[in-house]
Design a protein around this ligand. Sequence first.
Ligand SMILES: *Cc1c(COP(=O)(O)O)cnc(C)c1O
Length: 458
Amino acid sequence: MLYHSTRGKDSDKDFASILMQGLAEDGGLFMPDYWPQVDLDEIKSKTSFVDIAKCIVPLFTSSSFSHDETIGIVESTWHDFEHQDLIGIKEFNSVAILELFHGPTAAFKDFGLQLAAAFFNQVLESENKTAIVLGATSGDTGSAAIDACRSYDRIKSFIMLPNGNMSEVQRRQMSTIKASNVFALRINGTFDDCQDLVKLAFKKRDFLNTDQYLLAVNSINWTRIIGQICYYFYAYNQLHNKGNINFSIPTGNFGNVFACYSAHKMGLPINKISVAVNNNDILHRFFSDNDYSKQIVHETVSPSMDISVASNFERLIYDFFLDRDSAKCAAMFDNFPANPIELNSKTWQKKEKLFSSSKVNDLDTKKIIQEIHQSYGYILDPHTAVAASEALRKSDQGNPYVVLSTAHPAKFPKIYEELGIEINFLPAALKGLFQKEESLHTFDADYNQIINFINLNN
Ligand SMILES: *Cc1c(COP(=O)(O)O)cnc(C)c1O
């Protein structure tokens, strides 16, 4: 299996190359050259998440790793989960909640980032090289990246966080890590400022040692998507006797939705994929009005979805809407966001087959949390609540829904104080966080200052 860019100029890349490279040279995103097919009977016969992952991951890695090497990595990748099979499932009538937050940072991002980090390390060991991870985070990516990489001595992580809307728990998950290869940089600026600094660093690369990689951990990294594809097949393994399932997915950068779409292309039977957003509604505007245009970011009670553009969306445009026409894709995204994207109406209509979308504001998010708590004594995190909205509405009509639960509610305690709901279970990941000392290195959004700091610690 080789990979190519959605914009057509970068192609015939093996798995290790795209793992270490992140974004393609032409600014596009890497895609597998074809969709490998999965044997559903084999998936049904498996008894654990890891056994299912062993059927999926090797389909993507064979250009760089032998089957045995990949299986070895998959068996040892996911660690420090607080659930015997990594994922929990709670069912309320026709709605199943897929709990993906039992990992060490209490959000679903552990699935993708632990897999990426394990493969990073494997490549670094075999080439005897080191790497710098440089990322910007508005919430859960940073802590999952730090946690996934901290045990690998060859990797140093520098994560920039804005003075923004992330919860204090989320910040402390990054600032209280005591490890000599982890640095949390607080930037006086917005998430967009942080991302611009990261982009500039990837362009200049003027702080790297010889034989040192610069690694991207944002959700465009294909290996993160692979890790996430696995749990859609796990949901099938657990719930296939309910009929063709609908998935409702709380969305920011569209990584999780694209993983669901990928699983579908690999043979997973799906009825509809519901794309659920908060007031940052670029994806909902696209699916309901054919309007994909960048607007300012609104702060919401589901901060990990507060984005202005959805970076993985280019993959869907390329594969689903444009039937892999990279020239058309490049023409659209080379000029985005300056030129908004609007598909011709016949192309846009294709969405009807597979997608629906919903937008849920803060008030309704809180209402859903309260309703579910009152009816079932179950506490949804605010991101999950955004996705539960459409599922609750439509499951009444006899459609079974799986709602992806992307974070543990204890990461966002403020909203529950306000609603008078007591969170009576704290995951191990979050215990003692407020007793620990924070170590944050504060900077203005100034490239040179930040690079000086990286140089001093590299
Ligand atoms: C990152 C994140 C999301 C959004 O995921 P995407 O893959 O970017 O769409 C949703 N919920 C939580 C809790 C997250 O951390």
